[in-house]
Design a protein around this ligand. Sequence first.
Ligand code: MN
Length: 502
Amino acid sequence: MPKFFYPVVICKTVQVKILDTTLRDGEQTPGVSLSVEQKVMIAEALDNLGVDIIEAGTAIASEGDFQAIKEISQRGLNAEICSFARIKKEDIDAAADANADSIFMVAPSSDIHINAKFPGKSKEYVIEKSIEAIEYAKERGLIVEFGAEDASRADLNFVIELFKRAQEAKADRITFADTVGVLSPEKMEETVRKIKAEVKLPLAIHCHDDFGLATANTIFGIKAGAEEFHGTVNGLGERAGNAAIEEVVIALEYLYGIKTKIRKEKLYNTSKLVEKLSRVVVPPNKPIVGDNAFTHESGIHTSALFRDFKSYEPISPEVVGRKRVIVLGKHAGRASVEAIMNELGYKATPEQMKEILARIKEIGDKGKRVTDADVRTIIETVLQIKREKKVKLEDLAIFSGKNVMPMASVKLRINGQERIEAAVGLGPVDAAINAIRRAIKEFADIKLVSYHVDAITGGTDALVDVVVQLKKDNKIVTARGARTDIIMASVEAFIEGLNMLF
Ligand code: MN
């Protein structure tokens, strides 16, 4: 159950099914085109996420879609694998030949769609064609989810008639599609109630976000008795997109007490995968999965926030597989750093504090936002530095490029003596460390036990955290360096380690 309490709306509905159409309606997003391999990757992620049905494409549409559906069907996933189809024999054959479990087969239901798709034909013609198609699809062994396209702009009596006839023809489920996203939540609720009163089949709803109401409309449809909804990861889809699965799932559970089979902690990684492969960037302010959804800028809120994160968060980020990020504001200073230090239980001397603030300012001056993770790394790096250094780096020069062996020269001051050395290496970091090792050779025999690099935040301008383990005789020490420059971070870590051993 939810960790936090809200005014939850009590519903009769307890669990709903999800048809994910990221690979069909989502792929119809302008500019999106996925390869077969990418579709398979996304399908596996969706299965892992726990969606009930994966609409993997339109088998008749292209060789790529056909292959993708076929390969996804062979993977033995838990989800039902579905192909989109029109009420046409060739569409049904393609879906069955691709080994899909089911089809989401749509018939036009509004006058606009009927005239556009079957010019001059009557509504009765649409019904006859639908029945024929459903019966044929059942013959071919497919589960049939039969949808009324553009149903929100159609005569509801006709839509209900179409659904009743589909039921007689042994369709398995029906879908009410708000194809151009023009329903209001109230209208959706009323419509679903009317359909449920007359048709027994499980009802799905398919909502678009043209007016920003896809999530609200989906929820109102479910509240009124729909047993299934269509959605996409990140709300991808034609035009303004479809209902975003992550939004609907979280709102349903936390505000309405309605469960889905979604493993919520996988929502964020799935969103990132879809973002990467579709190349549709998630807006930073997107609910649940946007960069800023669990990011706080420190300032006056910082102390309240540190005392109790619930004060500015509706759910904790871990619920959806994320971590809280605290960005230090432009004027981040002593107070924010002290808050983080207190949380970590560290104390700094005035000189160390000065160094910490200087390093934070250095990142900020480069135009990069400073996160709490950056600050932690900087604090921990600065706190380990001995005040009295036996080994000091005075100069460092690197030469690196294509078709040359990277070279480094260093000037160190060791126990007061100046040492200049140069060395080559497999990479610039290796060359720099080799040069330092040469310079200290006479003083001590130091072994590098391990070397580990992490970029604290994404991006080539991120703070780089290097952790090294050094060994002298039987003593092993761990030291870290944190800079935006990977070579400097490595050298800093190595030299700090030396200072611990000297
Ligand atoms: Mn659609």
